[in-house]
Design a protein around this ligand. Structure first.
Ligand code: ZN
Length: 300
């Protein structure tokens, strides 16, 4: 079933699902597990699944540059999910956590991670490092999703976590891009003295990633929707703790030229333990909608 670009994405009821790898589960067990999980979602009124074609950065679909997930064996889990979703008239969105939760690439390619001004890797947690979109990781993600949408009928791509961490990035790829752009070296003292230049650099680097993903989608499967989420709200990485209405270092006017939907991770904790007042979230939606002229989802 080829993707169709009508208005489905503007009003879709989307949910995010991860698999629970069970060692040596048979293909039949996987089929049953997936059928049950999609049927449950459908029965509560959801009509769009965002599903990660990797588990722990290891592929659970055919054709990736990443190795196959060793807990799963040869089962093409993504294909099973695709059939289960489409036969129910639902939509399938291929999802990635973006710059973080990429254990395969951060272990295999340590030079692709974001670094502080002393050259130390940026850690999201003890085990997970943050990848740099200016490193070959950016191309890797775009190319791998390109292979994916060439092989499977995928209605949308949703990349979350597009951001530079505080104090980043001073990796060799950023340094080279910076000197090629501005004609002088990236210096941490300079970044402190003239932060706007570095902010601009990070902004344009993220826009560049968003634009290249659009170009790839237009080449491989132009009916596929491009959904993107910036995570750098306020002065903390994921914006979980600050009250800023508009994320810093995102050029939304430019993003609006390339993406179809913006997801903003703001509505954490609702309805039981809200992180922000609803009014505050509403302001964010208004601001981002005005800047991008695109639908804005307030998902957690
Ligand atoms: Zn970098």
């Amino acid at each position: 079933m080829k993707p169709v670009k009508d208005d489905w994405y503007k009003l879709c009821r989307i949910y995010l699902e991860f698999i629970n790898p069970k060692e040596r589960a048979s293909v039949q067990e996987w089929e049953e597990y997936i059928e049950k999980s999609v049927q449950t979602a459908k029965s509560v009124g959801l009509n769009t699944l965002a599903f990660d074609p990797y588990y722990g950065g290891y592929a659970i679909h055919k054709g990736s540059a990443a190795p196959y997930n060793y807990d799963i064996g040869e089962a093409d889990i993504f294909s099973m999910m695709e059939r289960a979703v489409h036969k129910r008239g639902m939509k399938l969105v291929a999802f990635s956590m973006g710059m973080h939760f990429q254990p395969y690439t951060c272990r295999q390619y340590p030079s692709w991670v974001q670094r502080d001004s002393k050259g130390e890797p940026i850690r999201y947690t003890e085990n997970w490092l943050v990848m740099c979109p200016n490193s070959p990781f950016g191309n890797y993600l775009i190319q791998d999703f390109g292979r994916l949408i060439s092989q499977y009928p995928i209605d949308g791509i949703y990349i979350e976590g597009l951001y530079f961490a505080d104090g980043a990035c001073f990796c060799p790829y950023c340094r080279e891009k910076f000197v090629n752009t501005y004609g002088f070296e990236m210096l941490s003292e300079e970044a402190e003295r003239e932060p706007s230049q570095y902010t601009k650099f990070r902004e344009s680097s993220l826009t560049d990633f968003v634009r290249r993903m659009r170009r790839m989608i237009d080449q491989k499967s132009p009916e596929t929707i491009w959904m993107a989420s910036p995570s750098a709200f306020g002065d903390d990485w994921a914006g979980m703790h600050s009250g800023a209405e508009r994320p810093f270092e995102i050029d939304f006017a430019s993003w609006g030229k390339y993406v179809d939907v913006i997801h903003m991770e703001r509505q954490w904790g609702y309805p039981t333990t809200p992180t922000f007042p609803l009014r505050n979230i509403g302001q964010s939606v208004q601001i981002i909608r005005a800047e991008t002229h695109k639908p804005v989802f307030r998902n957690t």
